[in-house]
Write a protein that binds this ligand. Sequence first.
Ligand SMILES: [Zn+2]
Length: 85
Amino acid sequence: MSRYYCPFCSSRYQFHKTRSEGVLICGQCGDPLMKKNFINTRQIFGAVAASAFLAPLLIMIIFVINDLNKEKPLRNSESVVVLKF
Ligand SMILES: [Zn+2]
């Protein structure tokens, strides 16, 4: 089970046991094993990809909000003008 590792012992001298409950533990210190964090690189990639997608979106949203704030008084005056007609 190379997917799991003990965070307290050096990886060279680790041997893994399975407890009676089916939990993987370290053979040296008896602590439950941690999942290897190669998911972290995926998470980093995911975060980078997400930020690459989200950054323009956020900028768009900021621009839209700014435009709305600018347009609101204009729209109100327009609607007032429409109401007058
Ligand atoms: Zn250990």
